[in-house]
Write a new protein. Structure first.
Length: 237
């Protein structure tokens, strides 16, 4: 993005011709001011994405990680298939959990429909520490169709790439890897958590991968302070 040739966000907002029935002049003025901020946010997101893409090579993956999928054992190299980039989401569903993490499950449910599109560009895998049969049973229960699930049978990958907390509990993680000239390297992890959280907010990454929160952020109520997704709901209420 060429910063030198950008029209100011306020000017772009001024050019906006949208209005809605019966809105007040006060609403339109406030909405245009917000629109200018939204344009600046879009531009900042793109600047950050450019900076991310320009990262130097990350650490080389030297361990021979193996996982168990529906058809047996696979290597990390196998997960790339015919792509040069691999995204691995570490799902909080370890063998000691009675049920999987509702937050992870909510996000993965949204990802499920996107997997065919994602995999046109990069490889994608979901890794958890539960046995593969347990993961596949929950996939069927949840009605997922496309998520590629794998079991980390040794915990080595999960431990090295921050999917296990200091106390041995599950932790969610999102890691991107590259494959070039036969070498696998780590590319990016959000690296945001309690240490980087702002006052009064739950730890969150940027970008936020949860479509649920993206939708709620557009509403007057915003994100609830104490509510989190559940695995099931009483829909009669």
């Amino acid at each position: 993005m060429d910063q030198n040739n950008l029209v100011s966000a306020r000017e772009l907002a001024r050019r906006n011709a949208l209005t809605f029935p019966n809105e007040s002049s006060e609403y339109r003025q406030a909405r245009d001011e917000l629109l200018a901020e939204e344009i600046e946010l879009r531009r900042h997101i793109e600047r950050v994405a450019e900076q991310r893409r320009a990262l130097p090579p990350g650490g080389e993956v030297t361990r021979d990680y193996t996982f168990r999928g529906p058809d047996g054992e696979v290597t990390m190299h196998d997960l790339f298939a015919n792509k040069t980039t691999l995204v691995i989401y570490s799902y909080m569903y370890g063998p000691n959990r009675e049920r999987p993490c509702p937050m992870c499950t909510s996000m993965l449910s949204a990802f499920d429909g996107e997997v065919p599109d994602i995999c046109q560009q990069v490889a994608f895998a979901v890794v958890a520490r539960s046995p593969i049969d347990r993961l596949l049973a929950f996939k069927k229960e949840r009605g997922w169709h496309h998520l590629p699930l794998y079991s980390d049978t040794t915990d080595e990958f999960s431990r090295d790439y921050h999917a296990i907390g200091p106390d041995g509990s599950d932790d969610a993680a999102y890691n991107v890897f590259t494959l070039k000239n036969g070498a696998i390297r780590h590319f990016w992890n959000p690296e945001m958590g309690p240490a980087t959280a702002d006052p009064g907010q739950d730890p969150r990454g940027a970008p936020d991968f949860m479509p649920l929160w993206t939708v709620l952020d557009t509403t007057p109520e915003g994100r609830p302070a104490t509510w989190y997704p559940k695995l099931t709901y009483d829909l009669a209420r």
